[in-house]
Design a binder for this molecule. Sequence first.
Ligand code: KIV
Ligand code: ZN
Length: 388
Amino acid sequence: MADQLIIFDTTLRDGEQSPGASMTKDEKLRIARQLERLKVDVIEAGFAASSNGDFEAVQLIANAIRESTICSLSRANDRDISRAAEALKGAERARIHTFIATSPLHMEKKLRMTPEQVHEQAKQAVRFARNLCGDIEFSPEDGYRSDMDFLCRVLETVIAEGATTINVPDTVGYAVPELYGQFIKTLRERVPNSDKAIWSVHCHNDLGMAVANSLAGVKLGGARQVECTINGLGERAGNCSLEEIVMAVKTRKDYFKLELNIDPKHIVAASRMVSQTTGFVVQPNKAVVGANAFAHASGIHQDGVLKARDTYEIMRAEDVGWSANKIVLGKLSGRNAFKQRLQELGVSLESEADVNSAFARFKELADRKSDIFDEDILALVSDESVSH
Ligand code: KIV
Ligand code: ZN
């Protein structure tokens, strides 16, 4: 049987860190319910110690969601970890996700701590968390820019203290796929008892490679959890996008050979909900969830798709929650697509000559007008049509 890839959604935590994307607790609960429908394995509901509002949101979600594991982020200190545990009390399955930065830059300039102090704090934090919860994730923040020897020592320690998931963030989106994949592989080979934990990837999109890096972490590195957000929402250029990861792994199952729990037909609804809630518009050419992701405008493509959808479609629009693919009529469209739309509109023209003359008028109009609506087509053929 193929391995399982765990989908960890952090729309409500890292996604919310996107400037201007803050959500109320009721909005977060609505999104959490949609994530549960999508069958996301782990929902990171927030950062309980960061504010009373976030604490309440994590608590609300922990009490309401039954199918997904609910997680709260916490810094590596007793107060944060206790707040996370408190907020997660009502959860069917709870996870505490604790983190501390391990890169030389972050330790020296941000934390003003020595590597030994960071090592000790990571150890104490996981030890403390493990007494409160059986499911502990540890993240070395800015892990990808950390010294390999030091990182191996920290990760060895936190696994020995009981961390069950080790997440390796590319916090600033600096990685490239091959190197990130190799980085995860080296960690898994060098850290003693690495097989006692599930390895996870967490990639930011500063260079537009969050999805590619995450996939490399899975395929080359052997990670079995991906952290991602709906629409790739997240700080700066965002996080790895859930819809792209899921559909890449599903569509290229021949290559990834992994199982997912996700039910993709809820993807488009999740995307719309997050977009409407945050006001972050989804670009039309965004993979999977953009308005044009399954739209065909050129005559050659339209003709191909009308004959056999696989000619220009590697996924089905309906499988991710669109009602259908879209043939967009415009100046590049061919006669076949035009004829098909007439049929869909219930218009039947008497002869092929009538179709040809209507098509000529349609092309003339399309040269002048970029958006051709069904009403335009009906107006074009109103004199010749036999029935509507
Ligand atoms: O990007 C990052 O490093 C994070 C951690 C807190 C996991 O979001
Ligand atoms: Zn992050």
